[in-house]
Design a protein around this ligand. Structure first.
Ligand code: SF4
Ligand code: SF4
Length: 320
């Protein structure tokens, strides 16, 4: 019997989600035995023309990681959508826009200027900035063009399932592949991870005082972190109360607060807004001045509350 065809594609990402697939180690052999990998540009030499030549709907499932922030990525995901039965948004950038989505808080020209001209490590005496079209003696050269904003995958194409995380843990990948191969899938649109929050399963939850109040926030390096105590009770921002579980609280167990990469739980659209509202209720303040003094101790609020989710939030992109 023919094996189901599977594809992997990456868009704007750091490569960590591709690495997560490789990190399956010997378990990848079980996946390879069960499926036929027909497209995986990061690992194998496939071309766009190979995909174009496939029959529509002939790939059983394609896992796409990364945000969409170039015209080339947009074109490719539309092509892959046409050729695939199921599309799985794989990892935080595809699910929520991820770290590339933070660039939505500025504009395209500033991003190019910072990346190619003013960045402290740049050496670019000719002040070259990549262009979508450049003349050359051999004819016009084309490069993918940066879009005005980074988008989550479902803001560009229809997505069937989501696997969250930066990067995706091995267990979630294997569970998802098993569910797909056995047809044992939840309703379309589901996130293939638990519905509870990290706080629900965190060992440190027991140490939260009955009435938790915060009068000042600290960044993790500013205090000596107690390895057993809830981060919030130490005045350190931890997104655990509003972040989907399923990562085995891997950062918290490494004595770092949760940064929210698994995104919100079901029925919450804006993870950052949900957290800001919860956090504000913990402020030990009676006057506007006291509130402001506490707020002033939060460094980089957008990067803290929306580190992975700007694209899928009410902010979405820069408001001018
Ligand atoms: S806020 Fe963070 S450290 Fe505290 S219980 Fe929740 S997940 Fe654990
Ligand atoms: S603890 Fe939070 S930031 Fe760390 S992997 Fe889990 S969900 Fe992501």
């Amino acid at each position: 019997m023919a094996k189901p065809k599977v594809a992997f594609y990456w868009c704007a990402s750091c490569g960590g989600c591709e690495e997560a697939v490789v990190d399956l180690a010997e378990d990848i052999l079980k996946v390879v035995e069960a499926v036929d990998i027909v497209f995986w540009p990061c690992a194998l030499d496939f071309k766009k023309t190979d995909v174009e030549a496939m029959e529509d709907g002939s790939i059983a499932v394609t896992f796409i990681n990364g945000a969409i922030n170039s015209d080339e990525q947009e074109e490719m995901v539309h092509l892959i959508r046409k050729k695939s039965g199921l599309i799985v948004a794989f990892g935080a950038c595809s699910h929520l826009g991820g770290i590339p989505g933070l660039a939505n808080l500025t504009d395209k020209e500033s991003i190019l200027r910072a990346s190619y001209l003013t960045g402290p490590t740049n050496v670019n005496q000719e002040k070259t900035i990549p262009l979508a079209k450049s003349p050359s003696p051999d004819g016009e050269l084309h490069l993918p063009e940066l879009k005005a904003n980074a988008l989550a995958l479902d803001q560009v194409i229809d997505v069937d399932y989501y696997i969250p995380g930066c990067s995706v843990p091995k267990k979630l990948i294997l569970d998802a592949v098993t569910a797909i191969l056995t047809g044992n899938l939840p309703p379309k649109g589901s996130v293939l991870a638990p519905t509870r929050t990290n706080c629900d399963t965190c060992e440190r939850n027991k140490t939260k005082p009955e009435k938790l109040t915060i009068s000042k926030f600290y960044r993790p390096y500013e205090i000596e972190l107690d390895e057993e105590k809830c981060f919030l009770a130490q005045g350190v921002i931890c997104m655990g109360p509003v972040t989907r579980g399923g990562c085995d609280e891997r950062c918290i167990k490494g004595n770092m607060p949760c940064r929210g990469c698994f995104g919100p739980v079901d029925n919450v659209y804006d993870q950052g807004a949900k957290f800001i509202s919860a956090l504000a209720s913990l402020f030990d303040a009676k006057t506007d001045e006291e509130v402001q003094a506490i707020v002033d101790t939060i460094q980089d609020p957008a990067g803290t509350f929306y580190r992975f989710s700007v694209a899928k939030s009410y902010l979405g992109h820069k408001v001018s």
